[in-house]
Design a binder for this molecule. Sequence first.
Ligand SMILES: Cc1cc2nc3c(=O)[nH]c(=O)nc-3n(C[C@H](O)[C@H](O)[C@H](O)COP(=O)(O)OP(=O)(O)OC[C@H]3O[C@@H](n4cnc5c(N)ncnc54)[C@H](O)[C@@H]3O)c2cc1C
Length: 255
Amino acid sequence: MDTLKDDSGLRTLLTSAAEGVDEDGVDPTIARLHSLIAGFSDLKASLDENNARVEEEDVTEEKHDREMSEEHDRDMSEDDDEEGTFSVVIIGASASGLGVACALLQASPDLDVRILEKSDCVGSTFLSWPSFTTFISPSFYSNPFGPLDLNQITPSENGPQTFTTSQHPTGKEYAEYLQNLSKSKMFGDRCLESYITFGVDVSTIETANYGGGTAFNIATSSGTDYNARYVIYAGALYHLTCGHLTLLSVAQVQR
Ligand SMILES: Cc1cc2nc3c(=O)[nH]c(=O)nc-3n(C[C@H](O)[C@H](O)[C@H](O)COP(=O)(O)OP(=O)(O)OC[C@H]3O[C@@H](n4cnc5c(N)ncnc54)[C@H](O)[C@@H]3O)c2cc1C
């Protein structure tokens, strides 16, 4: 009761109750309750009205966002017809680049993906290993029993164990695994390798605008430019720190 500082309303109510009915024969307590209820009804009506207005504004805003996004998609797909423009460009055709390409194409086989690789083959970094260098992580032939080979890049195919003479693949054996996979892994009537452009050294990645949305412009040493809504850099940290690739104002693509 300490918190009931202003009790004048309550006093009035109790006094009215004690005095009984007024001269019109109406119990003042009941009359006051009626007026309170009427006040609440007004308040509720005004809240409902306000909620309806906010909902209407949300729907309009959502519609506007959807229209903008559709316009962006339309502009991008018109641009997709142009050579060198893709929804997704992946830089690097080695373990991580091919792995992420498989995951994307498995989820969406029609997705226009392009993998740009500066060397002339898949898994070139592994071919540069000395012949005595082997993987530390083991490759067991365990797929028939369920567990995955630790070194495989896609869960649905055989791992590098198919190409190894020991549990620890050499760089050459691992490159052979990647090369074989890129030829045999099919998405519809296309093999993974058909998504790769070899001999393309990416030099800069800049944000660019398409139909009010953000995308990327990818410049290469060959002079050919590529455009993409999403860029996945799979060129390894070594190439990022020691190579010449510059990432210019790379921003999250707004959708
Ligand atoms: C001796 C050694 C032993 C290792 N042992 C193990 C092990 O036991 N287990 C393990 O899990 N890992 C091991 N690793 C690490 C493993 O090799 C790397 O983590 C792996 O290669 C990374 O794969 P990646 O696809 O990210 O990069 P990478 O294999 O380096 O491939 C990057 C690709 O991107 C291309 N590229 C780079 N820059 C550009 C550009 N600007 N434009 C176009 N293309 C570009 C390159 O040509 C290359 O094909 C070992 C590495 C070494 C060196």
